[in-house]
Design a protein around this ligand. Structure first.
Ligand code: FAD
Length: 405
């Protein structure tokens, strides 16, 4: 009988490392190659917009120590991104020129930060936040500047705004939409978040148009905001992320707002799976396609992929949930919010700690909590217990549930 071939994982983020951990438990560790674009050992991304920015001495929180990969038999290729997939030969090519054969390939390539199309790259006072290198750059700048402008009132923009404010910086948030967190939370929660940030001294401007720019050398001097010249000290672009599916597209895999996979994380080529932020999957309660950007989703899809690679198909059913920390706000969200037909119930008398329960008819479909972890866990358990393929949610399939930038 022939030996089972290699499992090659492209992308050492949350999904890729969780997949490795599951494959080790399933006894496949020695077959695994993990291909990483970044030079660091795989690390946790959530702290990058929170504690990492606050504390100059804080290092990266690694998913696993280097020794763990060695003991598990996993070969890690660092700072050597995959540049091409040859599906006919079942090999991938790395930037270094190395070629790896695979029996199964898993794409866990995540997202990249969206940029303003008219703004040139390489300006020294303009940052995005996706990687450890981005976070170090932003932390260095926060150490020396007094003002931060954030374009985008999504999760990452607001987390960084709150962190910078806690560091004593003057902070402004420019958001094109009429409210914060438009694609991610209910209007009720967004309004609460707005009030808390304004009360902390962050200037939030909604419904503004960010247009032209003025640069001098490699420095951005000003932006046109609603047609008026607006001076910039440091600018964070927090305007969302796009799925990193260049390799998949080149290789001819189906892609549509992410790499298209089935409920078992298989792409249009059954030898290739995709998991995490980079993939678009059939949401089990609605059957519609969804792409999620959250740690929980990356971890749960990795588990589904381990089952698929182990020959024990188990459809992806996990309840989506995520969290965000913004200054004094600890936000937790679970379930999917339908586009319409929702009834809300507020739980908790304190203005600083409450949960919003969202119902369709008498069925709880989603819960959003502010500094209320105990209530949140109870509601989340309820949501998990009633998870079934009964499809009456009307999520917009083109919109990611949440976007972190
Ligand atoms: P990623 O973790 O992004 O990993 C993808 C990896 O693939 C990257 O390391 C990338 O370099 C690599 N890669 C891409 N192309 C190639 C290639 N060709 N070859 C090799 N490697 C490649 N989520 C939450 O739930 N809660 C939070 O509080 C939260 N905070 C966040 C804060 C920040 C600053 C950021 C950036 C994200 C945050 N998120 C949060 C989102 C969460 O981190 C992502 O949803 C999660 O990391 C997705 O995991 P992933 O493995 O799909 O992608």
């Amino acid at each position: 009988m022939s030996e089972p071939g290699l499992i090659v994982v492209i992308g050492g983020g949350h999904a890729g490392v969780q997949l490795c951990a599951g494959l080790v438990v399933a006894g496949h560790g020695a077959r695994v190659h993990l291909v990483c674009e970044e030079p660091e050992l795989p690390y946790q991304r959530p702290p990058l917009s929170k504690t990492f920015l606050k504390n100059p001495g804080e290092g990266l929180q690694l998913h696993r120590a280097e020794a763990w990969f060695g003991e598990a038999g996993i070969t890690v290729h660092r700072a050597d991104p995959a540049v091409a997939i040859d599906r006919a030969k079942r090999t991938i090519e790395l930037k270094s020129g190395a070629r790896l054969p695979y029996q199964h390939l898993v794409l866990a390539t995540g997202t990249r930060a969206r940029r303003l199309p008219h703004l040139p790259e390489g300006l020294c006072n303009v940052v995005v936040l996706r990687s450890a290198a981005d976070a170090e750059r932003l932390r260095d700048r926060l150490g020396s500047v007094s003002r931060l402008t954030v374009v985008g009132g999504g999760f990452i923009g607001l987390e960084v705004a709150a962190t910078a404010r806690a560091l004593g910086k003057a902070v402004e948030v420019l958001e094109a939409a009429p409210r914060l967190l438009l694609r991610s939370v209910s209007p009720e929660l967004a309004e609460h978040v707005l009030q808390v940030h304004r009360a902390s001294g962050i200037e939030v401007r909604l419904g503004v148009a960010v247009g032209g720019f003025e640069a001098e050398g490699d420095r951005l001097r000003a932006l046109a905001v609603d047609g008026v010249r607006h001076e910039i000290d440091t600018l964070l672009l927090g305007i969302g992320a796009v799925p990193e599916h260049g390799l998949a597209t080149q290789a001819g895999l189906d892609c549509d707002n992410g790499i298209v996979v089935d409920a078992f994380m298989r792409s249009s080529d059954p030898a290739i799976l995709a998991i995490g932020d980079c993939c678009s999957f059939p949401e089990p309660t609605s059957g519609r396609r969804l792409r999620l950007e959250s740690v929980q989703n990356a971890n749960d899809q990795a588990k589904t992929a381990v089952a698929t690679l182990s020959g024990q198909l188990a459809a992806h059913q996990a309840l989506p949930w995520f969290w965000s920390e913004q200054g004094s706000l600890r936000l937790q969200m679970a379930g999917l919010m339908p586009a319409k037909g929702v009834r809300h119930l507020r739980l908790g008398a304190s203005p600083a700690s409450f949960s919003l329960l969202h119902y369709v008819g008498d069925r709880l479909v989603s819960v959003e909590s502010v500094n209320a972890p105990v209530d949140h866990m109870a509601a989340r358990k309820l949501l998990e217990s009633q998870r079934s393929p009964a499809a009456h949610l009307a999520c917009d399939p083109a919109t990611p549930l949440k976007s972190w930038l």
